[in-house]
Design a protein. Structure first.
Length: 179
């Protein structure tokens, strides 16, 4: 392979590649969870959540491809196995359960917020520690995408207290007087 001469040392590029692979792992697990909830959601919000999550997993798919291509542009190889993703992700899988629609929204919101925190750190590190402003800009765009999705999910459940089992308190489920 020819030497890559883009103004970054091999060590700088490898540091950035490692961060990108973690972002790739988080994005892939988030994609799988979003698709699973898209398939499993039930209840009065079915249609709106089913359609919203389809939009989200399509955007995640594009971002995953962009992350993998950024790794390749820097001379690395993206992780590409479920085992690799699960080893590198900072997110929790939640295998084997089917939560309520509200809990699904809450879990995805929390995951997007975790990804945002990670990306914020990775933007700083790629710029300051590894001097790769191009990747810092790229990650900033990804972070903004996740911020918008987290805001949408947060707005969906705003005003609804989330209980550990995803149910609403009994007092809130009563029909108001005069209705």
């Amino acid at each position: 392979m020819r030497t890559i001469n883009i103004g970054l040392t091999q060590e700088q590029r490898q540091g950035v590649i490692n961060l990108l692979n973690q972002d790739l792992a988080d994005s892939y697990l988030l994609l799988v969870k979003t698709k699973k909830y898209h398939w499993d959601v039930v209840g009065p919000q079915f249609r709106s959540l089913h359609e919203l999550w389809e939009e989200h997993y399509q955007a995640l798919t594009e971002n995953i491809d962009a992350l993998a291509e950024r790794v390749r542009a820097l001379g690395g190889y993206p992780i590409g196995t479920m085992d690799g993703f699960l080893q590198m992700t900072t997110l929790k899988e939640h295998g084997g359960d089917v939560p309520t629609a509200t809990e699904m929204v809450a879990r995805l919101m929390e995951d997007h917020e975790q990804v945002i925190r990670n990306l914020r750190d990775h933007v700083d590190r790629t710029g300051e520690e590894f001097h790769d402003q191009g990747t810092a800009d790229f990650l900033t765009e990804l972070m903004e995408d996740h911020e918008e999705i987290a805001w949408m999910l947060r707005s969906f459940i705003e005003g609804q207290p989330i209980q550990p089992n995803g149910t609403q308190p009994a007092a809130e489920m009563q029909t108001p007087v005069g209705v």
